[in-house]
Design a protein around this ligand. Structure first.
Ligand code: NAG
Ligand code: NAG
Ligand code: NAG
Length: 460
């Protein structure tokens, strides 16, 4: 039984490993450096929240004998982390090193000696030359979400200086050595658990990464990791599934992702490679849902165009239309016949689609009277680019085959009707800002089988 299961598992592994991702995300050194800055702010805050428990004890101090002491109400007043670095550890994760850090705290002291003499005051403690080193591993959890953990940690305190205020000054000298040692130990013990906390605090946030996110009422996208992150000397790569599905019905499309490798660019913090597979899986889903259709009405045609979508325009080519439906506006309904396919070639995104176009005349009472149905097979290419923080495309019609499928107004010659001008149109869409994250210096390249988006991010 055990052997069976084991062999079964072994048999599963190669297929799991060979799943090509639909989306790849790369964090470069520049991105990791930005992450370090964000991370240090969190660790600084954590260290500022250190609570040192009150403590008390008894020491023999010559010549007065036993001294009972207690320290209370200690709190951090300042934390400085002037030096830190993050280095990638290939195959594992990152090491975070903090050096020359300092912590200042103050608190109250109280002593009792010779049975009846009591004294009290306050003190300041300055801890300098603090260094912290921790290794953070990055893995994929069982649900395909990234998970981080602090695997090893060491913290050492360089020097500590206590300054007492109030009370009898001769006592201070007797005290400094053991109090400063006790405080150093108390602090040192707390640092690594706090750093581990700061790291694991990331996990609840990483867990909220929906591995299955609803897109709209038809589609959801799965972007779980298909393998553990790859950590190399100067980058971290995540391989995500990046596949669209019909909501609740996960039918695999009859195509699968092609392998692709992100180019060795590192000017931006983050690179996202989105494969043609991801886009085509979306087309497959929407086509199955029967919603890949487009209604074209006159108000969608630019006001400046002399060509209007009405029976007068069409009547010039098909006189029956003007005769039977004089003075009416028209509507075109474009519907896909099979899933359109998208291909990415360097600098060229091409969509091939087979559709039907149904033309209607709109009656004054809003009834649609069908005029004709055309079969349209088209190939459209776009050169995509980012200009002034907007995503734009120049579109070219490569090919358009039109045939008459059905006519309600008598036979006519199709070719003479539609002689479109292969106009290049460029339209800009502003790039999204996601929550508190703003995209900056974004660029987009169409490469073979995928598009590459390089961007810097800024959290506000
Ligand atoms: C873009 O690619 C398509 C198909 O791969 C091709 O037909 C078209 O000519 C290409 N366009 C340009 C501008 O290279
Ligand atoms: C709308 O008008 C057309 C043409 O005048 C007519 O044939 C049709 O019956 C009307 N439909 C309704 C629902 O009134
Ligand atoms: C197509 O339209 C563009 C822009 O309106 C124009 O510059 C170009 O000459 C037209 N091409 C043809 C073949 O008519």
């Amino acid at each position: 039984m055990f052997l069976c299961c084991w062999l079964g598992l072994v048999a599963l592994i190669p297929t799991t490993l060979s799943t090509n991702p639909g989306v790849k995300v790369r964090l470069t050194e520049k991105g990791i450096e930005y992450g370090r800055q964000l991370g240090m702010a969190v660790i600084q805050q954590k260290l500022g929240s250190i609570k040192i428990p009150d403590f008390s004890g008894t020491e023999k101090v010559s010549p007065i004998g036993k001294v009972q002491y207690s320290l209370s109400n200690m709190h951090i007043v300042n934390v400085g982390l002037p030096k830190s670095s993050v280095d990638l550890v290939p195959g594992t994760g990152v090491t975070l090193s903090i050096g020359d850090a300092f912590i200042s705290l103050n608190g109250n002291w109280r002593v009792k000696y010779l049975r009846i003499i009591k004294d009290s005051g306050s003190f300041d403690l300055d801890v300098n030359g603090l260094s912290i080193a921790t290794t953070i591993s990055i893995k994929s959890d069982e649900t395909g979400r990234p998970a981080v953990s602090s695997d090893s940690c060491s913290a050492t305190v360089g020097s500590a200086k206590v300054k007492f205020h109030g009370g009898a000054s001769w006592l201070y000298n007797l005290f400094t050595t053991f109090i400063d040692k006790a405080l150093r130990n108390a602090l040192q013990k707390q640092i690594c658990p706090l750093v581990a906390d700061a790291v694991s605090d990331l996990n609840p946030q990483l867990k909220t990464l929906n591995v299955l996110a609803k897109v709209d009422k038809y589609a959801e996208i799965e972007y779980s990791m298909v393998s553990s992150p790859t950590v190399l000397k100067s980058l971290i790569d995540l391989s995500l599934k990046g596949e669209f599905y019909n909501i609740g019905k996960h039918q695999e499309p009859p195509f699968s992702p092609a392998a692709f490798n992100l180019p060795p660019q590192n000017n931006n913090m983050l690179y996202i490679g989105m494969s043609a597979f991801t886009v085509n899986s979306a087309a497959f889903v929407y086509n199955n849902a029967g919603v890949l259709s487009l209604s074209i009405t006159d108000d969608m045609i630019p006001k400046s165009s002399p060509i209007r979508l009405n029976t007068k325009t069409f009547g010039a080519f098909i006189p029956q239309i003007a005769k039977q439906f004089p003075g009416l506006m028209m509507k075109l309904l474009v519907k896909t016949v099979k899933t359109p396919t998208l291909t990415f070639q360097p600098n060229n995104a091409t969509v091939q689609a087979i559709t039907t176009v149904t033309a209607f005349a709109i009656q004054p009472n809003s009834t649609l009277s069908p005029l004709f149905v055309l079969n349209l097979e088209a190939s459209v290419s776009a050169r995509m680019f980012v200009s002034e923080m907007k995503l734009a495309a120049a579109v070219t019609l490569n090919k358009m085959d039109l045939t008459l499928d059905k006519s309600y107004v008598g036979d006519f010659q199709v070719r003479s009707v539609f002689l479109y001008n292969n106009t290049q149109l460029a339209k800009g869409y502003p790039l999204p800002t996601i929550g508190k994250m703003k995209l900056m210096n974004t660029q987009l390249d169409v490469l073979k089988d995928y598009i590459l988006i390089g961007t810097d991010v800024q959290f506000s």
